[in-house]
Design a protein. Structure first.
Length: 69
């Protein structure tokens, strides 16, 4: 596969947005530990790297979990 990290992030964002439209809350994405996903997770969390053109913290639900009572 020739997937690039940015394509994976955009796919995760699309999944998140589509789930939100259906009132489904995605808590996290899991992977099998493949290096292409590990790079993506590093970029998404800002661990030692940063994205200049995709602002993940601009989403209203970013980094916040609403737990129903």
């Amino acid at each position: 596969n020739t997937y690039q990290t940015v394509y994976i992030i955009r796919r995760w964002i699309w999944i998140f947005e589509q789930s939100s439209l259906k009132n489904v809350c995605d808590v996290e994405f899991s992977t099998d530990g493949h290096t292409k996903y590990m790079r993506t997770i590093r970029l998404a969390t800002g661990f030692l790297v940063a994205l200049s053109n995709i602002k993940l913290n601009s989403y209203t639900d970013a980094f916040h979990v609403k737990i129903p009572k």
